[in-house]
Design a protein around this ligand. Structure first.
Ligand code: HEM
Length: 123
């Protein structure tokens, strides 16, 4: 297995990750019912976020803390939602890739999830 190397790799991963999440019993409803996402826009945004973080700066500027604090205002996000999110990302990524970028992606996600939960507890 090789490491994550291209934007296409990230796009593939986000598709695979969301196909697991959307049908997941624990968190699927947040995407399909609460946020009612337009996946044609959402998946490229996620791919850009990760490209900016892992591969090369691309000008991604959205404040993902604010986005999730707003989501938390609509539907309280619980520790088990974060655990499930991280578990499904972990599963998707390690089924397909292996290497430093993989480690970096999983570590960043864990740290961001912890920061989100910390900020949600303050509000
Ligand atoms: C309980 C766990 C989580 C849930 C249920 C969740 C759900 C969502 C939803 C519904 C959106 C779309 C919001 C909108 O467009 O209005 C979103 C956006 C996003 N989330 Fe999460 N999220 C979770 C955790 C995380 C974590 C830990 C990360 C860390 C990398 C993350 C990264 C992102 C990014 C990058 C976007 C896209 C922002 C954009 O450019 O539009 N999410 N999330």
């Amino acid at each position: 297995m090789r490491d994550i190397e291209t934007k296409e790799d990230l796009s593939f991963l986000m598709n695979a990750f969301y196909s697991k999440m959307l049908k997941d019993k624990e968190i699927g409803y947040i995407f399909t019912e609460v946020a009612q996402l337009d996946l044609e826009k959402h998946l490229p945004s996620l791919t850009n976020f990760w490209e900016n973080m892992l591969l090369q700066p691309n000008g991604y500027k959205k404040n993902i803390m604010d986005i999730h604090l707003q989501l938390n205002g609509k539907e309280k996000l619980m520790p088990q939602h974060f655990e499930r999110w991280l578990f499904l990302l972990n599963e998707t990524v390690t089924e397909n890739f292996k290497g430093e970028k993989v480690t970096q992606m999983l570590n960043s996600s864990k740290n961001i999830a912890a920061m989100m939960q910390y900020k949600m507890d303050l509000t």
